[in-house]
Design a protein around this ligand. Structure first.
Ligand SMILES: [Zn+2]
Length: 91
């Protein structure tokens, strides 16, 4: 019989955050997916990674996302930290 999430013991939040950070601090993954997420979604990914000790991971996702981002103003908190702003915002 198939179990649903209500029957399962959840991971400890710290362990789940650690696992998420390990898997998502990945430049190739960020490059492949970063342009598909909305500004808010990428900001939240960056928040989680940064708050769990991976500034590198946060940077990877923001840089990857910014190449296709049409709402740079949606990232006010992070603009100063981005290394690879697209040309459309460099002017
Ligand atoms: Zn954006």
């Amino acid at each position: 019989m198939k179990k649903d999430f209500g029957d399962m013991i959840p991971l400890a939040p710290d362990f789940a955050a650690e696992r998420f950070t390990e898997v998502f601090t990945n430049g190739l993954l960020a490059r492949h997916l970063g342009t598909y997420f909305t500004c808010a979604e990428v900001n939240h990914i960056a928040d989680v990674l940064h708050s769990n000790g991976s500034a590198e991971g946060a940077q990877l996702w923001l840089n990857a996302h910014f190449w296709e981002c049409d709402e740079i103003s949606g990232h006010d908190v992070y603009l100063a930290s981005v290394f690879e702003l697209p040309e459309k915002s460099a002017a």
